[in-house]
Design a protein around this ligand. Structure first.
Ligand SMILES: C[S@@+](CC[C@H](N)C(=O)[O-])C[C@H]1O[C@@H](n2cnc3c(N)ncnc32)[C@H](O)[C@@H]1O
Length: 265
């Protein structure tokens, strides 16, 4: 056994490897961003995740469902703030790899509470596993049909009375091109940076991410990745949820993250 485990430490050359890709897996849209995602936005986002979802997650008993778990920000907060089981649904292999590494670093009893579903929510087949579901920073990048396809399996995954918190996409097209520069982050001798450029394009927003890594001798690596975002108003998204068995939850939710409750049968 010991000589076999040693094999994992070798880095084989590509021609010497044959990988049988799973027929179920589509190309990975997060391949570039996964490497830089946490370095560039984790700190800002961690506080937001606690503010948006902490109160509901602490009340979870049956389970927490993290839809589009990515590298695990909501999953980790849920494991820390509740004793309930957590279901992390993440179809992208590159994002899931980071999530799995994070989970591997947890104590065994905490890891035992989290199940990773390597699929889209509409493929995961989850029935009444949670009383709190969270969809953070995910809906904006889905075509309207894919966004609407989340709500029925979201309802299936919740127990009656369960709460679904959904971070809304932008509610309208930008009038002019918008550029954001996130604060550059130092990791050792290198500096990581990203600029987002967002022009409107017909009914959607082109979102170009320009990443670069700088060292003492200048720029070491550069990448550009383009995503699309589909705007939708709060009324539109809530209307879709109400059509899938949810009721409004009156209260003091953050305007960016409405909460709905699954109707009791
Ligand atoms: C921008 S990332 C956000 C990840 C995480 N929620 C965060 O905020 O750090 C969006 C994630 O949603 C996942 N995703 C896209 N479509 C999905 C679907 N239909 N069901 C579940 N996850 C999905 C993507 O693979 C991606 O990792």
């Amino acid at each position: 056994m010991s000589h076999l485990t040693g094999l994992f430490y070798m880095l084989p050359l590509l021609p010497d490897v044959s990988v049988a890709p799973s027929a179920r897996e589509p190309p990975d849209a997060c391949e570039i961003s996964a490497e830089l995602y946490d370095s560039l936005q984790a700190d800002q986002d961690r506080a937001r995740v606690r503010r948006f979802y902490g109160r509901d997650v602490r009340l979870a008993r049956r389970g927490v469902l993290d839809v589009g778990a990515g590298t695990g920000r909501v999953t980790l907060v849920s494991l820390a703030q509740s004793r309930a089981p957590v279901h992390a649904v993440e179809p992208s292999r590159s994002m899931r790899s980071l999530l799995m590494t994070r989970l591997a670093a947890l104590p065994v009893d905490v890891r035992a509470r989290v199940t990773v579903h390597p699929r889209r929510l509409d493929e995961a087949v989850l029935h009444e596993v949670a009383d709190v579901a969270v969809c953070h920073n995910t809906v904006a990048c889905l075509r309207p049909a894919a966004r609407r396809a989340l709500w029925p399996p979201g309802a299936d995954a919740l127990v009656p009375g369960g709460v679904f918190l959904v971070q809304l996409p932008p509610d309208r097209m930008p009038r002019d091109e918008v550029t954001y520069l996130l604060p550059a982050q130092k990791v050792g001798r290198h500096e990581y940076a990203v600029r987002m450029v967002m022009p409107a394009a017909a009914d959607r927003i082109r979102t170009r991410f320009d990443y670069w890594v700088r060292g003492g001798s200048g720029v070491l690596r550069e990448y550009t990745e383009t995503f699309w975002m589909w705007p939708a108003s709060r009324a539109e998204v809530i209307g879709e949820l109400l059509g899938s068995g949810f009721l409004p939850r009156p209260g003091r939710d953050d305007p960016a993250v409405p909460a709905v409750r699954l109707r009791r049968r």
